[in-house]
Design a protein around this ligand. Structure first.
Ligand code: FPP
Length: 209
């Protein structure tokens, strides 16, 4: 969900206002994915590296999660969306961790779509954690990823014009089709999502064969 900061700066607004708009866009796109019959969608909200941003922005983002998580839980319930979380949320402290876990718990029986939200998530972090558990328990690494039991993504969309993965789902994206768009995340719409899904159908996927 890249481009929240630039979206706000272009309007002479604080960066956190861009992140707030970013959450609204996330909910709209999750609902649009459900409409398209997409069974799983993952959003990269807060990376392990985002913690190194200026304290004011990190505090702002955490404050926003604290403010918005109950609303997110209710929006997800109203739309039959199951929330899953990827990442080590203990970093956010007991009260926010509880709020996030409450949203996961209260949406766990929803059936229309699974929405993974990556919070304090890093692909390398996920892999080293999974590799340790895999060695200890003598079972495949994939069983210990946050997305265990889910299919690998077919499509990755990065907004905001940058063309890199930035430590996102490094194991799961091995054969994913990549789409990079210049649109800033808060401006990303269902129309643009539909266009990407249409283009995806013309991609020739060979999985190395
Ligand atoms: C990237 O834009 C966006 C982020 C680092 C944060 C995204 C977080 C949210 C949308 C909030 C998550 C909260 C909940 C409740 C799920 P950027 O800041 O890197 O934008 P820029 O590249 O234009 O500076």
């Amino acid at each position: 969900m890249d481009g929240n900061g630039r979206w706000a700066t272009k309007r002479s607004l604080p960066r956190n206002t861009g992140h707030r708009e970013g959450i609204n866009a996330m909910t709209s796109i999750a609902i649009a994915c459900k409409g398209l019959g997409i069974p799983y969608v993952s959003f990269y909200a807060f990376s392990t590296e985002n913690k190194n941003r200026p304290k004011q922005e990190v505090d702002g983002l955490i404050g926003l999660m604290r403010d918005k998580f109950d609303e997110l839980r209710d929006d997800f319930n109203d739309n039959d969306i199951k929330l899953c979380v990827m990442g080590d949320i203990s970093y956010f402290g007991k009260s926010l961790e509880k709020k996030i876990n409450d949203a996961v718990e209260k949406t766990k029986n929803n059936k229309s779509i699974v929405v993974n939200v990556a919070l304090n998530y890093g692909g390398r972090d996920e892999l080293s954690r999974a590799a340790t558990l895999s060695a200890q328990r003598n079972a495949p690494i994939s069983e210990f990823l946050y997305t265990s039991g889910q299919p690998d993504p077919d499509i990755l969309i990065r907004t905001g014009g940058e063309k890199r993965l930035s430590n996102f789902m490094l194991y799961q994206l091995a054969y994913t089709e990549l789409f990079f768009v210049d649109t800033l995340w808060p401006d990303f719409t269902e129309k643009e999502l539909n266009a990407i899904v249409q283009e995806y159908y013309y991609r020739d996927r060979r999985f190395g064969k």
